[in-house]
Design a protein. Structure first.
Length: 129
């Protein structure tokens, strides 16, 4: 199973990057608006992440990995598991960056997104194989 991770499928990687850029835009715009309105950076991050996860599932399943399995409930649960891990990594990175290093929440969210993208690609590749 993990041996396949070493084989790079550049088409999937390119599509993943396109979806990721779109998701990043959606997530960051949602985060920025909510943080601006509420000044609650952690809650803003959670809500923005949920919005991006919905978009990500649809595009990664149908376009990036072209997964046609009809067991969508199992697939969705696996996808949600990867994204819960990613969300926790996002919140941890965000918290450390803001509270310990006093980085602006806007910049910290960008850093957290970079961490999460790596987790997601590996997780999605395992799920949608």
């Amino acid at each position: 199973m993990f041996a396949k991770l070493n084989q790079i499928d550049f088409t999937k990687l390119f599509r993943f990057l396109i979806v990721g850029i779109g998701n990043t835009g959606i997530s960051y715009a949602t985060f920025s608006i909510l943080f601006y309105l509420s000044d609650a950076y952690m809650l803003s991050s959670v809500i923005a992440y949920i919005v991006a996860v919905i978009n990500s599932f649809v595009f990664n399943k149908n376009w990036v990995f072209k997964h046609n399995d009809t067991t969508d409930i199992k697939l969705l649960l696996l996808f949600l598991t990867v994204n819960i891990v990613s969300l926790l990594a996002n919140l941890f990175t965000l918290y450390i960056a803001v509270e310990l290093f006093h980085i602006s929440p806007y910049l910290a969210q960008i850093l957290a997104t970079i961490v999460v993208m790596q987790i997601n690609f590996i997780g999605y590749k395992l799920i949608f194989r």
